[in-house]
Design a protein around this ligand. Structure first.
Ligand code: ST9
Ligand code: ZN
Ligand code: ZN
Length: 335
């Protein structure tokens, strides 16, 4: 039964964060680093190659919409399923497994997640996890790669179009990434990232509809590769932009990350961002387990298949105490 929470979870307590983790268990610290006034910031260095690639990608995605009516319905279904496949490579893979170590996975699952992750083309696992750990540790400061204090556009996509603030590298160097460097699957994916990414993000989604149901390569490429990739990127970026700016803050009203229902739906369960920043080691990223959370359902399935284990959860008592102490008093769960 997917809907039941796994029994042998590691119960997360309100113990002190481990210094070697680079992550906190229950986050109670507000960012300490100073956010420079815009006038004191060094001028941003635009990376024009990224601007051009992202512009072309978005134009390609708009063009793909025109092709939808003339495409095979199975291509629509394939595009949707491949969206989930790649999204889970980010959420269950880079995010909850590698960046947060919120559960453990056996080698076959890690290998599968590395492939799924390449299908999402969001940088290799090491780069993604490294930036994400720095994001949690130094949220909303100049050391945060997608610092939401620099505005919606910067948090959404702008951060990928300019050179990083020096604080990102400087503060990042103080965190421990040894577990990532020690994971042979992570290092293999990094070494062969370019061919793996081309294969999984562009070749496989294009060739399958052409081979199995005679879709044109043109339609398959624009729908299952370009449109799917572009929507996946925007859903992911929405966690950094929308869910860092708008929503409720039932767990910690002092931080920007918020519970955002639309983001939770499009980002397959990653919109419970106030909870996630408060309890970053919780494998479900939410107080409500698998509710509106496809990623948690997926990890639970992997648990029943013997591939995922040692999932960390937060006891309800700790969550309730934290809500009373620092929450905004809101509750939004749709019954
Ligand atoms: C993309 C990623 O879209 C999206 C991530 C979003 C995160 C979301 C979080 C939300 C969580 C929930 C998940 C929801 C998922 C939902 C899914 C639904 C579908 N620490 O980076 P470089 C050092 S990618 C320590 O080149 P520049 C390091 O030594 C999209 N050190 O900086 C590094 O060298 P190396 C596709 C760090 O030159 C060196 O600095 N990709 C750190 O300023 C240089 O690093 C793109 O569009 C750190 N954190 O360039 C652009 N960072 O790596 C790809 C760096 O050799 N990126 N160092 O060790 C780029 O082109 C460049 O990175 C740049 C900055 C231009 C953005
Ligand atoms: Zn996170
Ligand atoms: Zn965040």
């Amino acid at each position: 039964m997917v809907s039941m929470a796994p029994r042998n979870v590691i119960m997360q307590t309100d113990k002190e964060p481990s210094a070697t983790d680079g992550m906190v268990v229950e986050s109670d610290s507000l960012p300490s680093a100073e956010v420079a006034e815009p006038s004191k910031r060094r001028p941003v260095q635009i990376v024009w190659r990224n601007v051009i690639v992202m512009t072309l990608l978005h134009l390609g995605a708009v063009y793909a919409l025109i092709l939808v009516p003339q495409s095979h319905p199975l291509t629509w279904l394939w595009t949707f399923l491949y969206y989930l496949f790649a999204a889970l490579g980010i959420t269950a893979g880079t995010h909850r497994l590698w960046a947060h170590k919120s559960y453990k996975a056996r080698a076959p699952l890690r290998a599968l997640l590395a492939l799924m992750n390449a299908a999402a083309c969001q940088n290799d696992i090491l780069d993604w996890s490294r930036d994400h750990r720095v994001h949690h540790k130094y949220s909303e400061t100049d050391a945060d790669p997608h610092n939401a204090k620099r505005g919606f556009f910067f948090a959404h996509v702008g951060w990928l179009l300019v050179r990083k603030h020096p604080d990102v590298m400087e503060k990042g160097k103080g965190l421990d990434f040894s577990d990532l460097y020690a994971d042979q699957i992570v290092m293999f994916q990094r070494r062969f990232y370019f061919p793996l990414m081309c294969l999984m993000c562009f070749v496989v989604p294009t060739v399958i509809p052409w081979y199995f149901w005679g879709e044109s390569l043109w339609n398959a490429y624009f729908l299952a590769a370009i449109l799917r990739y572009c929507v996946g990127l925007n859903a992911t970026w929405s966690v950094n932009s929308f869910a860092h700016l708008w929503g409720t803050r039932p767990y910690d009203k002092r931080i920007n990350p918020a519970e955002n229902l639309s983001v939770a739906l499009s980002a397959v369960g990653e919109g419970f961002h106030n909870y996630h920043h408060t309890f970053p080691s919780d494998y479900a990223t939410s107080e409500y387990g698998w509710y509106l959370n496809i990623t948690t359902v997926f990890i639970n399935c992997m648990y029943y298949l013997g591939q995922a284990y040692d999932m960390k959860t937060t006891p309800a008592r700790v969550v309730d105490m934290r809500k009373q102490r620092t929450g905004d008093g809101s509750t939004w769960k749709v019954q």
